[in-house]
Structure formats: C-alpha cells, structure tokens
Write a protein that binds this ligand. Structure first.
Ligand code: AMP
Length: 143
C-alpha cells in the first residue's frame, strides 16, 4: 500500500507558510487548523523547512516569547525528509519511528503535493486490521 492511497482518502491540502512568516503566526496556523506542523515553502511551492509543535516548545523554552515575532526561517528544521506518492506506508512508518518525527510532506516534481502524519498512518493501519479481521470472521463463519 502506498502514500497515494492515503492521499486519496484525506486529500492533498497542506497548510504551508513562507520563510518570512513570523513564528507567532505559525502558532496561530497550528491552532486554527488543528494540525501538528506547518510546511515552509518558497514561491515555487518547493519545501524549504518544517515547523512542528515540538519546534514551538523548543523555541519558547530556549529563546522565550521574543522569538514569536521572528521569521520561521531562523527556527525551522531545514533538512526535511519528504516522500513521493509511490513510497510505501511501511517505509513512512519506519522513517517516523527511526527519526522520531510525526510528519512527512509529499513532494511531486520538487513541489509540495500533500502531507502524511503519524495519525494518518495509524488510521490506515487500523482500517487494514479491521478489514482483515472481518475477512477472517467471514471465512470461519463460512466453515
Ligand atoms: P514532529 O514529531 O513531526 O512534531 O517533529 C519533531 C521534530 O522533527 C521537529 O523538530 C520537526 O521540525 C522535525 N520534523 C518533523 N517532520 C520532519 C520531516 N519530515 N523531516 C525532517 N524533520 C522533521
């Protein structure tokens, strides 16, 4: 099963921001859209970085509230691991587990084309397990 399957269910909309967006505005985006990360892109929609809830906690703990009026460019994670819609969901799980992050943006031809969170992966895995269990029950009932 690939990333394309998850995108088909959830859509390709991604909340993104430009590098000059203020950290405080990124916080508002996280709250307003009830999400865990904002992807930072340039004018061509190419991924430049990512700012997640965990970054906000780190920024506030290490630099204090003054950082809220600074651009995200100075605070975001720059080496973003991205995937394409052809990557397998198992590959995503492996990356998220090994590298300890919960978001992987999807890029197509270098442009942002979706995002998969750990919540999307868990939802998918649960649906798969439920469908397998239902098939098994049917098989047993059929004798
Ligand atoms: P998260 O678990 O997604 O809230 O992120 C934890 C840390 O990993 C934060 O510093 C994020 O900026 C960073 N991070 C999140 N997603 C990615 C990603 N796909 N590639 C690289 N770093 C990431």
């Amino acid at each position: 099963m690939t990333v394309a399957w998850i995108l088909k269910q959830k859509g390709r909309n991604v909340i993104s921001a430009m590098p000059d967006t203020l950290v405080g505005h990124a916080v508002s985006l996280l709250e307003r859209h009830n999400i865990g990360a904002v992807v930072v892109v340039d004018e061509q929609n190419r991924v430049q970085g990512i700012v997640s809830e965990r970054d906000i906690v780190r920024i506030l703990a290490t630099e204090g509230p003054g950082a809220l009026v600074e651009p995200v460019a100075g605070h975001m994670t720059r080496n973003v691991v991205v995937c394409t819609e052809h990557h397998s969901i198992d590959w995503l799980m492996e990356q998220m587990t090994m590298r300890r992050f919960r978001h992987i943006p999807v890029a197509e031809n270098g442009r942002l084309a979706g995002i998969v969170s750990i919540g999307d992966v868990v939802k998918h895995k649960l649906a798969m397990a439920e469908s397998e269990a239902a098939q098994m029950r049917q098989y047993i009932a059929a004798g």
